[in-house]
Write a protein of this length. Structure first.
Length: 251
């Protein structure tokens, strides 16, 4: 299938490793000119070199911590200047936090909401005017599951993304722009390796995941790249799990 992505442009956050890294590579392989963003410049430079070595245009690199005040607007402006326009926004930056108690202070909630929802929303709203002017755009959010196993601040933040994106889809749909969210299951990453031992991963894979294993970033990236393409123009406002069947609900 021709995804009709050749010549499009994309801003990919959280691109230094894991899912964002795989998405950037997947888009570049389809002929997309990519701008990658993360805090670790050395890893972004390595990614850019890897993509260029495959014969694709070398990505633009922006070193930025999106948690800093005003960072979303600065990143959006820098990416638009580097690429000429932003057709696709891949919101891959974020992180999970450990379970907390009901007596947890406000700082934990504020930090998680800022990282996982507020900055993502701000970056998207900074990019949307250009998409509206061009009459075309794609926004894909990498979020999280809706089955909290405990009281975890990131679950609330990512549920907020789902509700915000659904409402926004009704506003930007008539302007030729779609927005969708992908809820990863157990996708191998630096964070997963740090958080879960090989023994835990093997046990969970055998007992809870119908596919019998954790997924690879590339297996999620193919869904993100499809949603970013012109051929996915009738898909918007959705939350799509990529989890090997881990989720137990039907919708």
């Amino acid at each position: 299938m021709d995804l009709q992505l050749n010549g499009k442009t994309a801003l990919v956050t959280g691109a230094s490793m894991g899912i964002g890294h795989a998405i950037a590579r997947g888009l570049a392989a389809e002929g997309v000119r990519v701008c990658v963003v993360a805090r670790r410049r050395n890893l972004l430079d390595e990614l850019a070199a890897q993509i260029a070595s495959k014969g694709h245009p070398r990505p633009e690199v922006i070193e930025s911590d999106l948690m800093e005040e005003g960072a979303p607007e600065r990143v959006a402006n820098a990416a638009a200047k580097a690429l000429g326009r932003i057709d696709i926004l891949m919101n891959s930056a974020g992180g999970s936090q450990p379970a907390i108690g009901i007596d947890a202070g406000e700082a934990a909630w504020e930090e998680s909401m800022r990282l996982n929802f507020v900055r993502l929303r701000q970056l998207t709203h900074a990019v949307l005017p250009g998409m509206i002017e061009n009459g075309w755009g794609r926004v894909v959010n990498i979020t999280g599951k809706s089955e909290p196993e405990a009281l975890i601040t990131a679950n609330a933040a990512k549920a907020a993304i789902h509700a915000w994106a659904k409402g926004l889809s009704r506003v930007i749909g008539p302007k030729g722009i779609t927005i969708n969210s992908i809820a990863p299951g157990r996708i191998m990453s630096e964070q997963i390796r740090r958080k879960y031992s090989p023994e835990f991963r093997a046990k969970q894979s055998a007992e809870e995941i119908p596919m019998g294993r954790y997924g690879e970033p590339e297996e999620l990236a193919v869904v993100a790249v499809f949603l970013a393409s012109p051929v996915a123009g009738y898909v918007t406002g959705t939350v799509i799990p990529v989890d090997g069947g881990l989720r137990k609900y039907a919708f």
